[in-house]
Design a protein around this ligand. Sequence first.
Ligand SMILES: C[S@@+](CC[C@H](N)C(=O)[O-])C[C@H]1O[C@@H](n2cnc3c(N)ncnc32)[C@H](O)[C@@H]1O
Length: 234
Amino acid sequence: MKDKCNINDKNKNCCTPSTSEPSSNLQAHWDKTYLSKPQEKLGWYEVDLSATLNLLAKASLKKDAHIFIVGAGSTTLVDELLALGYTNLTATDISQVALELLAKRVDNEGVSYIVDDLTNPTVLEDIEPVDFWLDRAVLHFFTEKKAQDTYFDLLKRKVKGGGFVLLAEFSLTGRTKCSGLPVRRYSIEMYEKHLGDQYQLITSFDYGYVKPSTGEVRPYVYGVFGKRVEGEMG
Ligand SMILES: C[S@@+](CC[C@H](N)C(=O)[O-])C[C@H]1O[C@@H](n2cnc3c(N)ncnc32)[C@H](O)[C@@H]1O
């Protein structure tokens, strides 16, 4: 069993390679995926991150706001956010390999790393509530109700009142598989149903992601939601 990275541990050594066996088949799948090809060839690699960055801008966050990137993989969104001056980022993922790649590339103290499973969280249970929960192409892998319930339960407890959630998953016209795994496709109404009354839709759009290495278009639905502060009327 690998040690999991702790949110308060700024020491990137928590993400150095381990010689022990991966803790789950899922972790092994994603580790292998990130080892199998350069990130530019991955089916979710983005050159143009403006869809996410434009939604993030809607939140008018302070530069030290805690931006919590779930299933971050080795995303270059982290590099972009650092370049924009954000200083308090967390990247969490089930794949230690992905976070190692990310940590080596960005090498910046403004980023913390947590290896954990969003559908069976342990270290994630200990984090303080965050300002912005950012999920691109992660939730749609959770095809079982129990996994979806665990994910949304964690999200609801870990986003501050007055905080934000960005969900960007395959839309109802999107693919039924990604990275060899089945996916559950989403609409804005499905996001709203899962999030419940405490979360208010700020804006949403359909988005055709173009895979740079092949030109294939993959339809996503993006939505950003604000969490009401305690006691605020709906
Ligand atoms: C399609 S990739 C998207 C990566 C990144 N969000 C991006 O947009 O580039 C899905 C990511 O979710 C991670 N992931 C899958 N299942 C997970 C789980 N149960 N808990 C945490 N991360 C998970 C994978 O390791 C992978 O990095």
